[in-house]
Design a binder for this molecule. Structure first.
Ligand SMILES: Cc1cc2nc3c(=O)[nH]c(=O)nc-3n(C[C@H](O)[C@H](O)[C@H](O)COP(=O)(O)OP(=O)(O)OC[C@H]3O[C@@H](n4cnc5c(N)ncnc54)[C@H](O)[C@@H]3O)c2cc1C
Ligand code: FES
Ligand code: FES
Length: 1317
């Protein structure tokens, strides 16, 4: 039997499947090994990397329905009768690339490429249903796909090229398209600026009629009148698909405990992550009796099989047909449906559970309204969706043998108001922190409450009905006194215990009444619309409180300097060249480590990690694990032949554990599922040790540090404090950040037959050589590390792959078999940690005119349990902490704290994004004290002429001044600030804020030898050139730039040049690809190699100046000229003398400025980023597309860091946030609605082609969003009479924003402070 089809000739045999735990529950393991395009990143449906298209034929409508699903959650058995298209079926380099793939690549929508196949599948599926989509449909289709690299703007733009009208660059307000004009000139500087990063004339046309046809065999199957019940039997589980409704009921009677599987978006994660087990599953997916919409005069009944996406379509249709007053409930539901999960989940999850699951299980569908009714079979029972149902009252409960057949949603009536309200950490694709469904019916023609219902989700284990409150308010008038009583009553009725799961108790309590207030306003407005004479309207200033932030399709302009018209056309330097692997990214043919085909005898590794923060290991019992099928071995510290503790980094815990998440042992088995099962059976007995240090404050109490204090100082700080007008002191907490690279840490370690050689393939930014050699006690010349590409890194793949490489190599060494080690997302987040949380303490002395005379700053970072890079991170923070400001008397000190958390590590910006928030915070505080704007204080104190930094390095701030000035001018800051103030005067519950941050960033390392690089260039006899260098391709376009360099230097087209991978056998001793230096230093090495070769070829060229490249190479060979050479760059001369506190620590500085404008909802704490303008000093950009991509991507990553990304630990040091469900990185809906980036020209003769390294700098510019939020919150506080300076810590989450916008509602609940880590 083979009735699920993969386009391009692949079919899945569903019978006789060799079952592994949970295998029926995901398509992913069934995808053939050669189809590597469908990526696996989270396994929980939350990232979209595994998106595929499912197509089904509907025999009723005779139509084919295409929809996106996440392969990691879609059960393989549910695909019977469906056609599945993976990215390989869309197009490939070997056959023909599809326009979606081509445009995503050419619009620079790929960087690391790990998310790209998923993006392609989401856009492709949309186009199959809507060949000319609207921009809104593009944004909606991408809402379930995460990208950690690009910042989404170019991805959306590639999608917009399919829209009917030219939607790409319609600039809001201006009415113009930036594409109208290829070049813009800034007359003041006589510089030609370009705006075209790609040429749409090169795109192949999109012809929707050319798509593959739906397999006729599947149509025949769907129409077969003699269908039978289907049963798929695995070793442990059985999947049954009933043939009709009676069959379903019979099955439910026979197997009452068997879950009904529809979308599997609730059951799947429970099986995968919560070890739920079911021997039988019943899946009525596709059962015609469950798919219908019945519209009657009083309501609509929707079949239980309808997906949320189908429900959405059905409701839109009903809303368009019915009078407005009947559709209030549908409008409320539609609002929910737009932002609930992503498009894939909405297409998988069924709507009947929208209400049913509210009460059934907390992890399930938590959003819904209280006006639905369920119809059941088995006696045709009906259960009203009232409070008793939602609160799981036994008599109102669904019995285990019963099945939901349909959901009935009544029309609303004239004197009936319904509202659905939700607030989540992120606008789309995030579970609600609190949601509510409220409805009120009035006595006709009055505002007397006849029936009131209020349901809250996420405030307890089930949905909670505020029934007592509602009862008590029945008969009351809908007025302010009723509201005031309602708030008190509902707070009394709905109790959230202080230790409630999910925390945020005060915030959630505040939301309960804030959402009630919104409903109150909405109803009052509605009443007024119905009878303005009888019912007064709400104040005009309150109106904006009613509306949620709209989801707009982002747009903007990217500007960069045009290439000199006299530059030879063949020279690619300065052009926006597409990423060298972009097409392969989009076709899924780019090979990542896990795409390497299985190697004979290979074993999979699963980790057993510590569950204690600080404890003695009393016992490790592996007997049960070893006895399980497929298990080859368990590896512990005893098995490390060399150093188990290398430079303070511990590979396998020995004797004691020092954090939750430390690797204690690993299990090697024939499949990952077996290894994981066995890992769960390893029994470890601990004895807790004291102290257990989790927070920075606890570390300070225990004097627990990883290294000595670092300090720099200038002037006489103490003396200066005596002569200032004012002194302020404060503290700023900046929390950590998870890298969330889309490709989790993956290592393939292959022991060789001879001489203890070991080959490793890994996605890293630093070769793992050193650690593996130490662990195995073998010389480094026996180890070959290969890195083709990493699926994102951002600093997380500097030191951690070395540690994990050593762990895998030890396992490979012990078992003598290849080891495939892929960290699950949860393990990756737990083990590898991330950006250091920071505590900054400041004391600032300043004059009343805003001039800062003295600053004394102390920094502490939470380094975690081992040294890693913490000392270096602290050095960088201290060296860079003055940012763009000259403060004559300045002292800065810092120390990394040693705690019992997993060891924090390098992260884009290396301390700068945390540290400089403190500087910006005290500047903002000074401004507030002096009644100046922060921008005025920044201007006053900013470096103005060639100066020395605090560590005495000379620099010229001219590009800084230029970025700052242009940012203020071109963003129309002053005019928009005035407009925001006007807006704020007119709107009480929504506030706008603007902020501009300047930046003086550094690249490179304060040690010369870290800045060295080498390259190896071979010219082959056919003229083709192979370039290798020591830098790793992480998505940042490094190899692309290196090809541009080699092309210019050798004066040959890029197509002659190939760059395959980075490995330790071609370029040894490479330094890490970090510090924004990849292209700088490797570029110099490649340039050097090419120049050596070019010099060797000169005699041949001189002899035959008109010859071709191929002729010269052939001639050179015949003249025995060596056509291969290494190139070398010694490194920038940098130094830092910490004893003196001075030195030329960095080769050069990168400057920039960014202006952001936000709107804040004071009642919920949500914010919307309206516009961002970035001006970045790029000097001369080797590749503007790559550089703009880095700036935008870093900015969005920074914006996430400063706003929504929140790591949650227990007081015992257990990380709760271990996946996309709990840790929210920005999605396409978070990026600025208008996003403009300009590369500012300057000189940087020290670097290759006078360029600058821009990989990290944009990260800090994300803080303009944080300070814009601060500005908006400050406006709210001022209006409420709170004039005292306040500090907004980072991240400015909805919780923090809401609780800082103090008002009558927050006053009703006690304010709680978040515990910093
Ligand atoms: C990434 C992700 C994001 C999500 N985001 C959100 C969100 O923002 N808000 C939210 O509320 N939810 C969210 N969810 C949860 C998800 O949407 C809900 O769990 C969904 O309602 C489940 O539908 P399903 O068809 O996938 O259920 P399944 O997993 O197939 O089944 C769930 C349960 O319902 C029972 N069941 C199914 N059909 C019937 C029937 N006809 N009669 C009786 N019992 C039945 C099953 O027995 C089972 O116990 C998210 C889930 C994921 C994976
Ligand atoms: S891997 Fe499937 S959604 Fe993330
Ligand atoms: S390109 Fe999207 S995650 Fe890297």
């Amino acid at each position: 039997m083979s009735h699920s089809q993969m386009h391009r000739g692949f079919q899945i045999k569903l019978f006789g499947v060799a079952e592994q735990p949970g295998s029926l529950f995901s398509l992913t393991p069934f995808l053939p090994v050669h189809l590597t395009g469908t990526k696996y990143s989270c396994g929980s449906g939350g990232c979209g990397a595994c998106t595929v298209m499912v197509s089904r034929y509907d025999p009723k409508t005779k139509k084919i329905h295409h929809y996106p699903v996440t392969a990691c959650l879609v059960p393989i058995c549910s695909l019977y009768g469906a056609a599945v298209t993976t990215v390989e079926g869309v197009g490939s380099i070997k056959t023909r690339i599809h326009p979606v793939q081509e445009r995503l690549a050419k619009c620079h929508g790929t960087q690391c490429g790990f998310c790209s196949p998923g993006m392609v599948m989401s856009i492709y599926t949309l186009l199959r249903n809507h060949p000319e989509p609207t921009p809104e449909q593009i944004t909606e289709a991408l809402g379930g796909n995460l990208c950690r690299c690009t910042g989404y703007r170019p991805i959306v733009e590639s999608g917009k090229t399919f829209c009917a009208e030219s939607a790409v660059c319609q600039m809001k307000g201006s009415g113009k398209c930036c594409m109208d004009q290829e070049e813009k000139s800034f007359t003041s500087r006589q510089e030609k600026m370009c705006t075209k990063l790609y040429n749409e004339d090169e795109f192949q046309p999109f012809d929707p009629s050319q798509e593959p046809i739906f397999p006729p065999e599947l149509i025949r199957m769907a129409e077969d009148p003699n269908k039978r019940r289907l049963t798929f039997r695995g070793k442990r589980t059985t999947w049954i698909t009933p043939v009709n409704l009676n069959d379903l009921l019979e099955l439910k009677t026979n197997f009452p405990e068997a879950p009904i599987i529809m979308g599997n978006t609730a059951v799947g994660p429970s099986i995968k992550f919560r070890d739920e087990f079911h021997p039988v599953f019943i899946s009525p997916l596709g059962l015609q009796e469950l798919y219908f919409v019945d519209s009657t005069d009083d309501g609509v009944t929707i079949g239980a099989g309808y997906s949320l996406a189908q429900l959405n379509d059905a409701l839109h249709f009903i809303v368009s047909e019915q009078p407005k007053e009947k559709t209030k409930t549908y409008h409320a539901l539609l609002k929910h449906l737009r932002t609930l999960a992503g498009a894939q989940i909405r297409n998988m999850a069924v709507c009947s559970l929208a209400s049913y699951e509210i009460r059934l299980c907390q992890s399930s569908f938590r959003d819904g309204l209280g006006t639905l009714r369920i119809v059941l079979t088995a006696g045709k029972r009906q259960i009203p969706l009232d409070g008793r149902f939602l609160e799981k009252s036994p008599e109102a409960n669904l019995k285990s043998e019963e099945t939901v057949l349909s959901v009935y949603i009544p029309h609303s009536t004239r004197w009936h108001f319904v509202s659905g309200l939700r607030i989540a950490q992120r606008q789309e694709n995030a579970f609600a922190m609190v949601n509510a469904g409220m409805s009120v019916k009035f006595e006709d023609g009055t505002d007397t409450i006849k029936e009131l219902q209020m349901f809250y989700g996420s405030v307890g284990p089930t949905v909670v009905s505020a029934s007592k409150t509602c009862q008590q308010l029945t008969g009351r008038y809908w007025n302010d006194q009723m509201l005031s009583d309602a708030c008190q009553l509902v707070l009394d009725e709905i109790y959230i215990p202080p230790d409630a799961e999910g925390g945020m108790v005060e915030y959630r309590r505040t939301l309960i009444i804030s959402l009630l207030f919104k409903f109150y306003l909405k109803v009052r407005r509605g009443l007024n619309k119905m009878d303005p004479h009888k019912f007064p309207d709400i104040p005009e200033r309150f109106v904006s409180a009613l509306e949620d932030f709209p989801i707009e399709t982002p747009q903007g302009i990217q500007m960069f300097q045009c290439v000199d018209p006299y530059q030879p056309p063949q020279d690619p330097v300065g052009h926006p060249v597409m990423h060298q692997s972009a097409i392969k990214h989009t076709t899924g043919e780019a090979v990542f480590v896990d795409d390497i085909p299985p190697i004979s005898q290979e074993l999979f590794l699963a980790v057993v990690t510590s569950t204690r923060a600080h404890a003695k290991i009393i016992l490790i019992d592996t007997s049960e694990a070893l006895a399980l099928p497929g298990v080859a071995d368990v590896i512990t510290a005893e098995d490390v032949p060399g150093d188990n503790n290398y430079q303070g980094e511990i590979f396998y815990a020995q004797n004691e554990v020092i954090c939750v998440g430390q690797i204690v042992c690993t299990v090697a088995a024939d499949t990952y599922a077996h290894a994981k099962e066995a890992a769960k059976k390893v029994r470890i007995v601990y004895e807790d040790l004291e102290p257990r240090i989790i927070t920075i404050e606890q570390a300070l109490e225990h004097n627990s540090f990883l290294s000595a204090e670092k300090k720099i100082e200038q002037g006489n700080v103490e003396q200066a404090f005596k002569h200032v007008d004012q002194i302020i002191e404060g503290e700023v907490h900046v929390e950590g950040q998870e890298h969330f690279y889309m490709e989790t840490q993956t290592i393939l370690a292959i022991p060789q037959e001879e001489d203890k050689e070991m080959v490793l393939h890994l996605g890293t930014q630093f070769q793992t050589h050193e650690y593996v050699a130490a662990a195995l006690n073998i010389p480094r010349n026996r180890i070959a590390c290969h890195t083709k590409r990493a699926g994102g890194a951002f600093g997380g793949k500097v030191s951690k792959p070395a540690l994990l490489g050593a762990v895998s190599a030890v396992a490979a060494n012990k078992t003598g078999r290849p080891i495939r080690f892929i960290l699950e997302r949860g393990d990756d987040m737990l083990i590898t940690a991330g950006r250091h949380p920071l505590l900054g303490k400041y004391k600032i002395g300043f004059m009343n005119n805003g001039v800062i005379k003295a600053a004394d700053i102390e920094y502490y970072i939470n380094g975690g349990c081992t040294p890693d890079e913490s000392e270096l991170v602290m050095e960088f923070i201290v060296l860079r902490c003055e940012n763009a400001y000259y403060i004559p008397n300045f002292r800065c000190r810092g120390r990394p704290c040693k705690t019992n958390l997993p060891s924090n590590t390098a992260f884009r910006g290396f301390g700068f994004p945390q540290g400089i928030v403190v500087s910006e915070a005290y500047i903002t505080a000074v401004a507030s004290q002096c009644n100046l704007t922060p921008e005025q204080v920044k201007e006053i104190n900013m470096y103005k002429r060639t100066s020395r930094t605090v560590h005495k390095q000379i620099f010229n701030p001219e590009p800084l001044r230029r970025c700052w000035k242009e940012c203020l001018e071109k963003s129309s800051f002053s005019a928009r600030k005035l407009a925001a103030e006007e807006f704020n005067k007119k709107n009480y519950w929504k506030k706008r804020g603007l902020a501009v941050v300047p930046m003086k960033f550094t690249v490179g390392m304060p040690t010369t030898f870290y800045n060295q690089a080498a390259a190896l260039v071979h010219i082959y006899l056919d003229g083709s050139v192979l370039v290798s260098h020591g830098g790793c391709e992480l998505g940042q376009g490094l190899h692309t730039k290196m090809i541009q360099v080699a092309s210019r230097e050798l004066n040959i087209p890029e197509s002659y040049i190939h760059l395959s991978e980075t490995n330790t056998t071609t370029v040894p001793n490479a330094t890490f690809t970090a510090g924004s230096m990849g292209a700088d230093i490797n570029g110099k090495a490649v340039q050097n190699a090419c120049q050596i070769l070019k010099a060797r070829l000169q005699p041949v060229i001189r002899k035959n100046p008109k010859g071709t490249w191929e002729e010269w190479i052939s001639e050179a060979y015949e003249e025995s000229i060596n056509l291969s050479t290494t190139g070398y760059f010694k490194g920038y001369q940098t130094n830092m003398d910490w004893k003196k506190g001075e030195g030329d620590a960095f080769p050069y500085f990168v400057y920039g400025a960014s202006c952001s404008e936000v709107e804040v909802d004071c009642l919920t704490g949500a914010h919307k980023l309206l516009r961002t303008d970035i001006f970045m000093d790029a000097a001369f950009s080797i590749n503007p597309a790559v550089d703009i991509g880095q700036i935008e991507g870093a900015f969005v990553q920074g914006m996430g860091f400063y706003t929504i990304e929140e790591l949650k630990y227990s007081p015992e040091g257990v990380l709760y946030s271990r996946g996309p469900d709990d840790y929210k990185i920005p999605t396409v809906t978070e990026i600025p609605e208008e996003f403009n980036v300009t590369l500012v020209r300057s000189q940087n003769p020290i670097a290759i082609y006078s360029s600058k390294g821009l990989g990290e700098a944009g990260m800090f510019l994300g803080s303009s969003v944080l300070f814009a939020i601060y500005d908006a919150v400050a406006a709210a506080r001022r209006e409420r009479g709170l004039t005292k300076t306040f500090t907004l810590s980072s991240p400015a989450t909805p919780e923090l924003i809401r609780m800082t916008c103090v008002d009558q509602f927050t006053d009703m609940v006690r304010v709680v402070r978040r515990a910093p880590y």
